[in-house]
Design a protein around this ligand. Structure first.
Ligand SMILES: [Fe+2]
Length: 450
């Protein structure tokens, strides 16, 4: 048997290739499909089947392009009509042979109504379950996509899918989810490389419940939904433009950017951005780009990436992550030496003011504290006089609420999100001061004083 798991950094997405004889099936391919074609070529096999677990909402699917390039058939769920322009609809009555392997879809609603999981059998024994966004390592798929009215119904579906359908396959079955730790699709996915249904049944914290009622009670809650998800949902039924193989290398000048009113996205480190950055640029370092870009920049906006001082590999990761999220209007880059030359010309640059924990504790009474953590993270965990909580994800929409005579101290867990927030505020003409080290820094400062 041939097996390959393809990890997409940034999105923390897993797609899978399974094969036998001369054939390979791909499960949930990402947008840039060259990797599957190359792997199949190396294995001297042909991609013949493409299976989708569900209509994805956090990245663009590569099914159509992969099908066109390989001739493979695409299979999608018959249990929900979303208006797909592609794919043959399948359900639990169907099964597929890949060489000696047998692949059978099972209907596992909860994350979406039509969600399918795929069970791979060795002979008559279930061997692997490709569970999409139903179940993750240490976490669950979210159940809030159909709104508050259907939250309880969808969460109850998820319980049945996991406890009745997946677990009846047997504890020994290898469990293959569509996302790993760091994905926007799960809040608490654990860092592990493999797992079985039995291990998750025993150890997954989200599954430690005594009844279906307890499960529904515990997991029926609404989460924030990034604006770019709507474009993804549309692309993944209507089909998105195919991707070129090359990373953009079009080097632009500051004049080009100002003339055309492009949005500069600064993907350097937090320290580099805070030290000196192009005025009105948006900061999301490469490590947090997939989590926040979708909240701050519209997918249609023309974007220029500031990559000064970064390695080629970092530009590559950021570029492909953005394209996989549907950012098709990346018009160029600002490369090596950009910041230095602007510094010499003394034009177009700004710094972000920062204070440390010690200064914060001395000054906070005179400040407005903007806490940009998610609501559920915010506790009475540090001293403040006036605090306003706006999660970073919602700050672009709510930045107008920030009228203050006082200096605004922006705080998060470590300082990274606070810096993103200050870049959003700068575009709205509001100055912010980052609390470097964030809540963690304040906690250790307070501990040192005890
Ligand atoms: Fe999903």
């Amino acid at each position: 048997m041939y097996f390959k798991r393809i990890f997409t950094p940034g999105l923390s997405h897993y797609s899978y290739m399974v094969g036998d004889g001369g054939e390979i099936a791909v499960i949930d391919p990402m947008r840039d499909v060259g990797v599957y074609i190359e792997e199949a070529r190396k294995a001297n096999k042909k991609i013949t089947h493409i299976f989708e677990t569900h209509r994805n909402e956090d990245y663009i699917s590569g099914s159509m392009e992969l099908s066109e390039k390989t001739g493979a058939e695409i299979y999608i769920s018959k249990y929900e009509d979303l208006g797909h322009v592609y794919g043959e609809k399948i359900g639990e009555d169907d099964e597929f042979r890949i060489g000696k392997l047998r692949i059978a879809p099972i209907h596992t609603p909860g994350h979406t109504l039509g969600h399918l999981s795929y069970v791979l059998y060795m002979g008559d024994v279930p061997y692997m379950a490709f569970v999409g966004d139903t179940l993750f390592w240490g976490d669950l798929g979210r159940t809030d996509f159909y709104g508050e009215d259907r939250l309880v119904e969808m969460t109850a579906h998820l319980y049945d899918s996991i406890f009745e359908k997946l677990f009846s396959l047997g504890d020994h079955v290898l469990m293959m989810p569509a996302h790993g730790a760091g994905s926007a699709c799960g809040g608490a996915i654990e860092e592990r490389d493999c797992s079985t249904l039995g291990y998750e049944r025993k150890e997954n914290p989200a599954l430690q419940v005594d009844s279906k009622e307890e499960f529904v009670e515990k997991h029926s809650y609404m989460r924030l939904k990034a604006p770019y998800f709507e474009k993804m949902e549309l692309c993944n039924v209507e089909g998105a433009a195919y991707l070129p193989g090359e990373v953009i290398s079009n080097v632009l000048s500051l004049e080009d950017i100002q003339r055309e009113d492009y949005t500069v996205v600064d993907i350097r480190s937090r320290e580099a951005y805070s030290g000196k950055h192009i005025e009105r640029s948006i900061f999301t370092s490469t490590k947090i780009l997939s989590a926040y870009l979708g909240w701050i920049v519209d997918t249609e906006d023309p974007i220029v990436l500031l990559v000064d001082g970064l390695k080629d590999e970092e530009l590559k990761t950021a570029y492909w992550t953005a394209r996989r999220m549907g950012y098709d209007n990346i018009v160029g880059i600002l490369g090596e030496g950009t910041v230095k030359s602007l510094e010499i010309e003394d034009t177009g640059l700004k710094s972000t003011k920062e204070i440390g924990a010690k200064e914060y504790l001395e000054m906070h009474r005179e400040m407005l504290v903007l806490d940009v953590r998610r609501e559920e993270e915010v506790e009475e965990d540090y001293p403040y006089m006036n605090r306003l909580n706006i999660p970073l994800q919602l700050l672009k929409e709510r930045v107008g609420e920030l009228s203050s005579e006082k200096e605004i101290a922006v705080i998060c867990g470590s300082g990274e999100r606070a810096t993103v927030a200050c870049s959003i505020m700068e575009r709205a003409g509001i100055d912010g001061t980052v609390v470097a080290g964030g809540v963690k820094g304040i906690a250790s400062q307070l501990k040192d004083r005890d």
